[in-house]
Design a protein around this ligand. Structure first.
Ligand SMILES: Cc1cc2nc3c(=O)[nH]c(=O)nc-3n(C[C@H](O)[C@H](O)[C@H](O)COP(=O)(O)OP(=O)(O)OC[C@H]3O[C@@H](n4cnc5c(N)ncnc54)[C@H](O)[C@@H]3O)c2cc1C
Length: 414
């Protein structure tokens, strides 16, 4: 089989891969994306685009489309499992940021990126139905092996100057560099879904209710007026300790009875959580996994990006943001250095330490730490006067600390 050739091969057409292709195109650098999915479908549940992620989407000209496809958050609010407000703060433009914060259906976000890539780069540059099964490199280039996803048939190899592995948390390219590594699992299961319902509070609030120790749920809207009758499509994500259950599967259909009992008492005068869960149209299970940070992403002509480089606990809504920042940083370096191999090294030096810190912070002190802290101080019971335990300024400091580490403190946004 004779090889196809490209200067830059991008393995995986997810958030990182498509953003990288768009960023390179904007700088006059051509690339090709190889994506395992036979076609792009609007699957999945919700995702939150924080202001620093929106800054990156804005830079590739997609802010308007993403905002139109999602719901802008006005505020983020933290409640205990008795429905009492612990802390709230304005978000995005409502907090003075230059960019909005948006809840969006993951499939819609992906479609916006995919359509933009196809429109700007051409359909040939975004190849679907291509499963990368490995790579080899020599002094002159990288050879990537592919199979057609639908048939399993071997395809002609692709020869590239450099290759960027954007193939997600279960990256085959990372596996070649780290064959003995597995995802890190510390005994937390998650279930995620979407349900139609009346807007909650102001209909633009990102809610965190309860703590991981006793069961936590995150709720936010992702589509306004989904049925023409004023209902929203509302995304929810639960996080619970194992409680004698096995580790959840990855992106498989989940069962309500496996976790509903934890939330049966989450009935407040402003929200009935069990009712929301029972109304779910989509219900998926995942384990809470990440990967221990590694010392290297770049090996000669190949580097890792996005979840392939730094899969993190899906707390704090930062996975996509960090993937988008990776893409912009590498695009800039490939443009400015003129030496692709040096650019890959500089990219790793710039991005690896920052993201490693976020991986650790998402394990120990994500934004949800506010709820854990209050539960520790008050005990697992309602409070009369929270100020007796912790001040609003202290809670704000916890929230601001996470933003600073994750790169979206107010000072980082200039
Ligand atoms: C359930 C869930 C909820 C999340 N919620 C949030 C959130 O609210 N906010 C947030 O910022 N982040 C969130 N994240 C994390 C975020 O989705 C990821 O960090 C982000 O998608 C990383 O982008 P990526 O391109 O690296 O990986 P992905 O988006 O996973 O893309 C990887 C791509 O590579 C393709 N691929 C895989 N293997 C191959 C192969 N062998 N050959 C070719 N292609 C391949 C895949 O099909 C996919 O398209 C969430 C993650 C999950 C799982």
């Amino acid at each position: 089989m004779s090889a196809n050739t490209t200067d830059i091969a991008i393995i995986g057409g997810g958030i990182a891969g498509l953003a990288l292709a768009l960023g390179l195109h904007q700088r006059g650098i051509s690339s090709r994306v190889y994506e395992v999915a036979p076609e792009v479908k609007e699957l999945g549940v919700g995702i939150t685009i924080l202001p620093h992620a929106m800054r990156e989407l804005t830079a590739i000209g997609l802010q308007e489309q993403v905002v139109a496809a999602g719901v802008v958050n006005t505020q983020s609010a933290f409640f205990n499992r008795f429905g009492q407000l612990i802390y709230k703060e304005p978000r995005g433009r409502y907090a003075g940021y230059p960019y909005p914060e948006v809840g969006i259906h993951r499939g819609r976000l992906h479609t916006v990126l995919f359509n933009a890539a196809v429109e700007r780069l051409g359909r040939d540059a975004v190849q679907t139905n291509r499963r990368c099964v490995g790579h080899e490199q020599d002094a002159d280039g990288v050879t990537l092996s592919f199979q057609e996803t639908t048939s399993g048939a071997n395809l002609p190899p692709v020869r590239a100057g450099i290759a960027i592995a954007c193939d997600g948390v279960n990256s085959v390219i990372r596996k070649q560099f780290y064959p003995n590594e597995d995802v890190a699992f510390e005994g937390i299961n998650t279930w995620r879904g979407v349900a139609r319902g009346k807007p909650i509070l102001d209909g633009h609030t990102y809610l965190r209710i309860g703590s991981i120790k006793t069961g936590k749920i995150v709720i936010y809207p992702i589509i306004d007026n989904v049925d023409g009758q004023g209902n929203q499509l509302i995304n929810w994500t639960t996080e619970a300790p194992l409680m004698g259950r096995p580790k959840n599967d990855w992106n498989k259909l989940g069962k309500l009875e496996d976790f509903l009992p934890i939330y049966e008492n989450f009935r407040f005068d402003w929200l009935d959580v069990p009712e929301l869960l029972r109304n779910s149209e989509v219900l998926l299970e995942y384990p809470m996994v990440d990967r221990d940070p590694v010392a290297r992403w770049t090996f000669g002509r190949v580097t890792l990006m996005g979840d392939a480089a730094h899969a993190m606990y899906q707390r704090g809504s930062n996975g996509s943001a960090q993937a988008l920042i990776d893409a912009r940083v590498l695009s800039d370096l490939l443009q400015s250095t003129g030496d692709p191999l040096a650019a890959l090294v500089a990219y790793e030096q710039k991005r690896l330490p920052v993201t490693a810190k976020i991986v650790h912070t998402n394990r120990t002190t994500p934004p949800d730490f506010i709820n854990i802290k209050v539960e520790e101080l008050v005990g697992d019971k309602p409070f009369d006067n929270l100020d007796r335990y912790i001040s609003q300024d202290e809670l704000k400091a916890l929230s601001d600390n996470y933003k600073r580490i994750a790169g979206f403190g107010q000072q980082d946004m200039a």
